[in-house]
Structures are given as C-alpha cells and as structure tokens.
Design a protein around this ligand. Structure first.
Ligand SMILES: CC(C)(COP(=O)(O)OP(=O)(O)OC[C@H]1O[C@@H](n2cnc3c(N)ncnc32)[C@H](O)[C@@H]1OP(=O)(O)O)[C@@H](O)C(=O)NCCC(=O)NCCS
Length: 139
C-alpha cells in the first residue's frame, strides 16, 4: 500500500545563490558529507545540490511532516546506486517518523526519482509499505 507521496521543484539559480552567500554553513546544515562529496566533484554543482534539496523537501511531504524550523535535513540523505538510480536513506527523526507511519507487520520502501532541466530540479518520493515475509495480505 502507498503510505505517502511528495514532490518538490527547486530553482537551481536560487540554490546557487544560497551556496554563494552562505557556502559551508548552508552545505553543512543541509547536506551529508557524502552528498557534498558527490556534488562538489560534479560539473553541475548547484544542480546536484538542488536535486537533493528537492528530494529532502519531497520526502518530508511524503512523511507528512513538511519541513519545520529546526528540522534535521541530514536525516534524509540521497545516494546513488552504481546504475545511477537515487536512493533515500532516513535516520533520526525521519526514520522514527517512517517507523511510526508503517503499519504493523509491514516494512517500508522509499522510492525516489530526480530530474533537472535548468533552472529547475524536481524530485518525487513515494513511500510504500510491503507485508513482511509471512504476513502476505489475503485477497
Ligand atoms: C538515467 C538517465 C535517463 C538520466 O537522464 P538525464 O537527462 O541525463 O538526467 P535527468 O536530469 O533527467 O535525471 C538525472 C537523475 O536521474 C537519476 N538516475 C540516473 N540514473 C538512473 C537510473 N539508472 N535509474 C533511475 N534513476 C536514475 C539520478 O538521480 C540523476 O540525478 P543525480 O545523478 O544527481 O542523482 C540517463 O542518464 C541514462 O540513460 N542513463 C543510463 C545510461 C548511463 O549513462 N549509465 C551510466 C551509469 S552505468
């Protein structure tokens, strides 16, 4: 079953401006070390950060929380499989929230897709609950 969906559109120029004005303060508040390493070695640094920003916003919507003041952005982290497919990893409050919304006897899977076409970066997140082994739903 679907537990939540979320989407976000981020402006790459706006993210580039924040990077220029706030630099490491912004990077370190929002992005994990691994996310920063990936973005900084890309040709499109701001676009890579903007996709991950959009992913975190979309994920917070799928979790039903939205982004409140003081929220730990780094508890929603994006990595890529060898194929390039993006993955969302939750820790801290975000993992707690996911556990709380997952029905008993189920495990949750987070689906994430990203795209960018300058100046826009977009993310869509779908959170799905699957029955644990031995708990298959009866038709
Ligand atoms: C996946 C692909 C269609 C992306 O298209 P694009 O126009 O270059 O880029 P978009 O802006 O639409 O999307 C980029 C995002 O797609 C996602 N993506 C990349 N590969 C993906 C895959 N195999 N499956 C799902 N999503 C993928 C990533 O999140 C990427 O952003 P990120 O690298 O910052 O995380 C294109 O790169 C492709 O055909 N790749 C397959 C062949 C290839 O180059 N493989 C290299 C790795 S083996």
């Amino acid at each position: 079953m679907i537990l939540g969906i979320g989407t976000d559109l981020a402006n790459i120029e706006r993210i580039a401006g924040v990077l220029a004005r706030h630099g490491d303060r912004f990077r370190n508040r929002v992005f994990t070390a691994a996310e920063q390493q990936k973005a900084e070695r890309r040709a499109d640094v701001a676009g890579t950060y903007a996709k991950r920003w959009a992913a975190k916003e979309a994920c917070s919507k799928a979790l039903g929380t939205g982004l409140r003041m003081g929220i730990a952005w780094k508890d929603m982290a994006v990595s890529n499989l060898r194929s390039g497919q993006p993955q969302m990893h939750l820790t801290g409050w975000a993992a707690d929230r996911l556990a709380a919304m997952t029905p008993p006897g189920h495990r949750s899977v987070i689906h994430l897709t990203l795209t960018d076409d300058h100046p826009w970066a977009q993310a869509i997140v779908v959170i799905e609950a699957l029955p644990e082994a031995g708990q298959e739903e009866k038709g």
